[in-house]
Ligand binder design. Sequence first.
Ligand code: SF4
Length: 366
Amino acid sequence: MIYIHIPFCHRKCTYCAFYSMGTQDEALRLSYIDALITEMHMRRGELGQPPRTVYLGGGTPSMLGVEGLRRIVVALRECFDTRMVEEATVECNPEDIDAGFMAGLASLGFFNRVSIGVQSLNDDTLRLLGRRHTAAQAADAVRVATQAGFSNISVDFMYGLPGGRMELPDPAMLYAVKHVSAYALTVEPRTALAVQVERGTVILPSDDEVAVQYHAMRQCLKDAGFEQYEVSNFCRNGFQSLHNSRYWTRTPYLGLGAAAHSFSGDKRRWNVSNVKRYIDCVSNRMPFYEEELLTDNDAFNETLMTALRTARGLPADAIPYKHRAMVNKKMASYIACGWITVNGGHYSPTAEGLLHADGMAADLFV
Ligand code: SF4
């Protein structure tokens, strides 16, 4: 698996805590692509086997335009055996998508999945969140991507939005896509939204209201033919995100670019979260990352954190012998309150349990 981080956005959304910078600096973007390609060459031997999935995330990868993306694809093909890639995703924002961009993307012959950041279909909400697109542009983006031949389209939506309005995806848009990621809006420290909430200029719904909206979103997606396979992820039959699903089973991956994380099986490594330092260090062959060796307990905690967010749940045989008594006892209490069921050798969260996945994992940490 390969993840590539593109840390540029047209401007920062109010709620965003991802590592990305709002910039129109074309020269910086070009230098960043150069550094990314250098990193690919430096680390081409690190993945023990040919990648099966590639994911370009951000930030806003579509900001690089077709030419920027073409350079990345050419370098990927040079550095890795990409013949085994089953799924190659690129994140795009609606404002970057038009027929020319999509035709260019299709002409690269590499990406077979497009993930579009729709977030909301209400123009007032989009403005409040600092998004640059309108609801009409989002609908157009899905239509144009479909017309360009992309049949595997994912869209991101949010709930728990300011003002407490419940916003559900439009049936016509759902009909056109294979996958939906639906996230509760959360207030992250040091974001513009955190300041607005602190000052009382933006009021967010209570946890109970967010829980009601989560269930309404689930039901809406279920009615439209989507199956929930993770807290925030829903797909039509067979269209799970292979890339994300493999993170949840702790498959090793190579993360390239500023702030990208890599995982080798027993080590996690993270690149410097600063575009200019990243470019500088990579170009001058100076260290640009830190890493840590994971203990057995770290590995189990990570398994808990990801597995309990999936509908399949935690395989009972993944629980180390020395922790079984503690985990089984706590699971018995979750079963009693209807958050967990036992299913084919797994402790599987119920729909209600998925809402409490992070809390259960924290409670079970070793
Ligand atoms: S477009 Fe995405 S990555 Fe960029 S600022 Fe907005 S939420 Fe963050």
